[in-house]
Design a protein around this ligand. Structure first.
Ligand code: NAD
Ligand code: GLY
Length: 363
């Protein structure tokens, strides 16, 4: 097992990464306020891991209750959030009952937001079971739900007390979901870690083959990058926004195509290619750099061509984004591979060309 820490002063918490951690109750116990937990999971992850994880906690003397939600991005909404509150109230969950998210990013975001709101805040633990959740969404305390008009627009910053990433759960993850997680892994290389980007270029085959050592390295390095950024800028006053490379375009793809049609990581991949193309059109990246970005996403079996939603539809969706300031869309751009920055100062013609010429079926 490898452990790193998100350094947030008295709210610092560990991230444990390794195989078989669902059977290690002793890693969870120190982070509970009382010996009572409420597990939030879904109809896919529940049948795979809920019994095993619950039984391990029960053997350690913990009282365990659970709610099993429907599976999918389309359920990351008010109604499902309310289903969690219904279950918590029905079971009389108390202030010292710890909410545990067992699942991917959708479950983590929903359960985290529920933990932030229920009784004005109850302890929260993340047990991520997708690659995307293990490298990104379980770390850093962003929680929330989608609105039909905009992705992740309702939510709260609410840090977990522990992230327990059992890498063996990835054995059951479908290939398409593994690739979706790789989009966020590649992101860290592109925005701030060129040596990692180069490692990914050399090791993508091992990651796709689920080589345990390669996956553990990628998860650890990703969490290290994320933990550093979050510790420096928890509430996204500055550099944390860089973690949104490709997300402004990607969220527009997700919302524009209907939540669930494109996986989040797929939207991020195609969106990052658009961010790279815009950076090239602004004279920052070379055509060779963009080709390198495209090749890496292709190698990870991710889509590299965003759908042709139309310039106006893209602009409408991107106009509802958490980074919008004074009504102006702000993009994460690449100054070079391994270095990103946020800018509201881009040429509208370059953006229009990106949204009309760099989308749709490749010629
Ligand atoms: P997801 O939660 O929908 O999980 C993907 C699919 O895999 C689901 O069908 C799920 O049931 C299934 N699954 C999960 N674990 C499994 C396992 N071990 N074996 C088999 N199937 C398994 O999607 P995701 O990619 O994990 O997360 C995407 C979500 O995360 C999006 O809503 C996105 O907005 C959010 N996100 C949040 C943050 C953040 O900082 N909070 C960061 C990135 C993404
Ligand atoms: N996934 C973006 C962030 O956590 O800030």
């Amino acid at each position: 097992m490898q452990t790193l820490s998100v350094d947030l002063g008295d709210r610092a918490y560990p991230i444990h990464i390794g195989p078989g951690l669902l059977d290690r109750a002793e890693l969870v116990l120190p982070h509970l306020a009382r010996n009572r937990v409420f597990i939030v999971t879904n109809t896919t992850v529940g049948p795979l891991y809920l019994n095993r994880f619950s039984e391990c906690l029960v053997r350690a003397g913990v009282q365990v209750e659970a709610v099993v939600l429907p599976d999918g991005e389309a359920y990351k909404n008010w109604q499902t959030l309310n289903d969690i509150f219904d279950a918590l109230l029905t079971h009389r969950a108390e202030r010292k009952t710890t909410l545990i998210a067992l699942g991917g990013g959708v479950i983590g975001d929903l359960a985290g937001f529920a933990a932030a709101c229920y009784l004005r805040g109850v302890p929260f633990v993340q047990v991520p079971t997708t690659l995307l959740a293990q490298v990104d969404s379980s770390v850093g305390g962003k929680t929330g739900i989608n609105h039909p008009l905009g992705k992740n627009m309702i939510g709260a910053f609410y840090q977990p007390r522990l992230v327990l990433a059992d890498t063996a759960t990835l054995d059951t993850l479908p290939d398409r979901e593994l690739s979706a997680g790789l989009a966020e892994v590649i992101k860290y290389g592109l925005i701030r870690d060129l040596p990692f980007l180069e490692w990914l270029e050399a090791n993508m085959d091992r990651l796709l083959a689920r080589d345990a050592e390669a996956l553990t390295h990628a998860i650890h390095r990703s969490c290290l990058n994320k933990a550093e950024v979050v510790a420096a800028d928890e509430r996204e006053a500055g550099q944390r926004a860089l973690l949104n490379l490709g997300h402004t375009f990607g969220h527009a793809i997700e919302a524009g195509m209907g939540y669930g049609a494109w996986l989040h990581g797929e939207g991020v991949a195609a969106g990052t290619v658009l961010a790279a193309q815009l950076s090239r059109r602004l004279g920052l990246l070379s055509a060779g750099d963009v080709a390198r970005v495209i090749a890496l996403f292709r190698c990870a079996r991710l889509p590299v061509r965003a759908p042709a939603l139309g310039h106006d539809a893209y602009m409408a969706h991107m106009g509802i984004d958490k980074k919008v300031e004074d009504g102006r869309i702000r993009f994460v751009l690449l100054r070079r591979l391994g270095e990103a920055f946020v800018s509201a100062d881009y040429d509208a013609a370059a953006l229009r060309a990106t949204l009309t010429e760099d989308v749709g079926a490749a010629d």
